[in-house]
Each structure stands twice: as C-alpha cells, then as structure tokens.
Design a protein around this ligand. Structure first.
Ligand code: HEM
Length: 443
C-alpha cells in the first residue's frame, strides 16, 4: 500500500464531518437563543426548520461521511465513484441551508427547489452506496444495512418533496400530520437506525479489538426493524394504530436483538477499557431503544398522547430519540472516525519511516469525556422542559448541551488541526511497505 494512497484517504468523509461540525454549532446556537421552540407544537414551521438543521445538517452529514469511510473498509473495496461523492457534498452543503431557511419562513416554492438540490445529492449517494455494495460481492448484515439505509434515505427525501408539494397544492386525500409522521420515521428509523444496526457491528469490534462470532442475532435484528418499519409507515400514513402498533413493536424487538448481538461482540473484545467515544455510542444505542419503547406507548390504540405540546407526547419522544439516542451515537462515532481519518492522512504515509503517534493520541480524552457527558446530562432537563413546558428547564438543558457541544467541537477541531501535517513535503510520495493499518495502533 503506497503512502500516496494512505494520504489520499478520507478527504471526502472528513469534508462531511467538517460540514457536520459547522451544523452542530449552528443548530445548538439556535436552540440556546430560542429554547422555547421545544415547547411549541412540533409541526410549527420554526420547529420543522430546527429539526432539519439538526437532522439534515448534522446527523445526515455525519452518517453520510461515515458511510463513505466505512463502506469501503467493511466491504473490502473502494468507493464506486468518488467524484459523485464530491457532487453529493456540494449539493448537500448548498441545498440544506436554503432548505432550513425556506422551512423557517415557510416558503414552499423555495423549499421545493432546494429540496430537489438536496434530493439530487442523496440520489448520487444512494447509487454510489448500492454500486459499492454490489461491486464488493459481499452480503451479510453490514452490506445489507448500508444498501437498505441509503434506500430509506432516498425514500424519505422523495416523501419530503411530496409533503412540500402537498402542502402547496393540497392534492393528497391524506392527513398532512399523518404523512409528516411517516416521513419522519422513514428518515429516523429507516436511515439512522438501519445504519446503526449494521455499522455498529463494524465499528465496535474494530475499535475494541473484538469480533462478531455469530451474525444470526444481528441479521434477525435487522430483519425485524425493516419489516417493522414498512408496517409502521403504512400504519402512520393511514392512521391505523392497530397496524402501527405491531410495526413499532417489531422495531423495538429488532433493536433489542441488535443490542444483544453488540453485547456479545463486546464481551469478546481484547481492549478492556472502553473509551469515551465507544461509551457514548453504546449509551446512544440504549437511548434509541428507550425511544422505540416510547413510540410503542404512543401508538397503542386509544393512546391519549399525540402531537399537542406538554406532557408525554411526540415532542418528548423526539427529544429522547434525537438528543438521548442519535446525538451520542453519532458524536461517539465521530470521536472514532475523525481521529482515524486524520491519522491516515497525516501520519499514515510516515509509517515505517519514523515514529508516528497512535490515532487515539490525537484526541484530548478529558475534553472528549466532558463534552460527551455534558451533552448526555442535557437530556434530562430538556425532557423535563418539554414535558412541563418549562422555560427554566429548557434553558438549563440547552446551555448544558451548548457547553458539551463546545467542548466536543474543540476536541474535534484539535484533531483536525493535525491535518496540517498531511501536506508536509515528501509525505505523500514514497511507497511504504505496510499493509492495512494495524488497528491496535489506530484505535
Ligand atoms: C429534500 C429533503 C426533505 C424535504 C423536502 C423535507 C420536507 C419536510 C416537510 C415539508 C416537513 C413538514 C411537513 C408538514 O408540516 O406537513 C418535514 C418534516 C420532517 N422531516 Fe423532512 N424533509 C426532507 C428530508 C428529511 C430527512 C432526510 C429527514 C430525516 C432523516 C427528515 C426528517 C423530518 C422530520 C423528523 C420531520 C418532522 C419535524 C417536526 O414535526 O417538527 N426530513 N420534512
């Protein structure tokens, strides 16, 4: 493997990670300035705009960057089309800010145009992922989860565009709130949960030096959540709670199975101490499972809870799933992937030619631990504030979140600063007699 190959690695995923960090700062700042948004009904345009700043700006950017990084590693191949990956980056970077703006001012024409730009990027991403999986000739949980997650993301975007068109022309004989719920679950469960159910089995063993000895439970987990999501989506769109309930139950069961599988993989690990990134990722998986149980309670036929603000309802469920589940999962993932890629670009080419630090040496563990802990600590006051419609609790939660995010971003920027060594003269030209980087060094 040549040094130039190592140095060229990771540009695309790192670009997505950088974009995600910018969105994380913006979306957190927005919440600090307007914590009261979490006390509004969730279909309010300002809440929908804030949701997309978090979901499309931060979560989707991290997840797409992770797919561009992990798919070739997990499938033992190269990305099918790196140029399309850069087109996706450009379309996503330009389209999402405009989408968030148009949702906030509720300009549906502008939303349609910018949603189309974002959708084009997602189409390229989906085709790239499918082609990479197909070309690798691999099957199994990770390959399936990558292909399925990309497909659900494309479907989410198409439904999002349909929602916007329907708000404008009102041509569908379906309740818009029911369609909103179907769209939201296709995105949150279809893209993120599906990805976690596959990528988790790649990431956790890779960074803890463990192994998955039996893939059956992981496959069962994935199958349950996929079937469950199909049923749930129809149940939500047509407001059939007797159909939505088994769907939600199947997703919760699938998550439980994946959790058992991940636990087993963890028990085989050689690296006994778990670092903050892996802990956050695993904590986030527990949060996602808790949110799936909340969803079951919400869709039980005759459930008194719905979309109205205050009490246990859609907003509390969303805060639990997003702040208590997806945020720690994706932030934890970044803590592993960003140093790994930075190391590949900056230090990979120098392996065998002099001393190089391990990838884990690029982070500042105390900053990382405090950042992730405060983000997690923010979940309780945010939930209390959303439940009780209490401004002081919401303020406390958003400030805790903001401090946690500031420390986390400082840590990530410190890691990325190491990239300045990537362009050292001569660091990218020589051939180095190494094979794939040794994970005991990079983890
Ligand atoms: C081109 C892409 C997208 C467009 C045009 C779009 C459009 C919309 C619209 C118009 C709504 C509000 C619906 C209404 O009030 O009737 C909405 C809600 C929502 N969307 Fe999207 N969306 C897109 C992508 C996504 C993606 C990729 C995700 C998640 C992965 C997502 C997650 C959500 C969620 C969670 C809500 C509910 C927000 C709330 O209730 O506050 N959207 N979307």
């Amino acid at each position: 493997m040549s040094a130039s190959w190592l140095a060229a690695q990771g540009r695309l995923p790192l670009a997505f990670m950088g974009l995600a960090l910018a969105w994380l700062v913006f979306a957190t700042g927005w919440l600090v300035f307007e914590p009261g948004l979490l006390a509004l009904p969730h279909p309010h345009p300002h809440v929908v705009a804030l949701t997309h700043a978090w979901v499309l700006g931060f979560f989707v950017s991290v997840a797409c960057g992770a797919v561009y990084q992990l798919a070739p590693v997990a499938l033992g191949t190269t990305l099918a089309n790196e140029r399309h990956g850069w087109w996706h980056f450009g379309l996503h970077a330009t389209g999402v800010p405009g989408m968030v703006y148009s949702l906030r001012v509720w300009d549906l024409t502008l939303l349609g145009h910018l949603g189309f730009v974002v959708g084009l990027g997602v189409l390229l991403f989906t085709i790239n992922t499918w082609t990479t999986v197909r070309r690798s000739g691999r099957g199994g949980t990770v390959a399936w989860s990558l292909a399925l997650a990309a497909s659900w993301l494309l479907l989410t975007v198409l439904l999002g565009l349909l929602l916007a068109a329907n708000r404008f022309w009102a041509f569908l004989p379906i309740n818009p709130l029911a369609l909103l719920r179907a769209h939201a679950h296709l995105g949150l469960v279809g893209f993120f949960v599906t990805l976690l159910q596959g990528v988790g089995f790649q990431l956790v063993p890779m960074f803890t030096l463990g192994e998955v000895r039996d893939w059956r439970i992981a496959n069962v987990g994935l199958a349950f959540s996929q079937g469950g999501l199909l049923v749930l989506t129809f149940g939500l769109a047509w407001q059939l709670s007797w159909l939505a309930l088994p769907g939600a139950l199947a997703i919760a069961t699938g998550l439980g199975c994946s959790g058992v599988g991940l636990r087993r993989a963890l028990t085989s690990r050689k690296k006994r101490a778990l670092d903050p990134g892996i802990r956050a990722f695993l904590g986030g998986c527990v949060g996602v499972f808790a949110a799936s149980l909340a969803a079951v309670a919400l869709v039980v036929p005759g459930s008194p809870w719905g979309s109205a603000p205050g009490g246990f309802g859609a907003m509390v469920y969303a805060v639990l799933g997003l702040a208590g589940g997806l945020l720690p999962c994706l932030a934890g993932m970044m803590c592993k992937i960003v140093p790994f890629l930075t190391w590949m670009r900056a230090d990979g080419p120098r392996v065998g030619r002099g001393p190089t630090p391990p990838a884990s040496g690029l982070t500042r563990p105390r900053l990382e631990r405090w950042g992730l802990t405060l983000q997690l600590a923010a979940v309780a006051p945010l939930l209390a504030g959303t439940w009780r419609l209490s401004e002081p609790w919401l303020r406390a939660g958003t400030w805790l979140l903001a401090i946690g995010v500031a420390l986390f971003v400082a840590d990530m920027l410190g890691v990325l600063w190491h990239l300045r060594f990537a362009s050292l003269p001569g660091s990218t030209s020589a051939s180095v007699p190494t094979t794939t980087p040794d994970h005991s060094r990079i983890s």
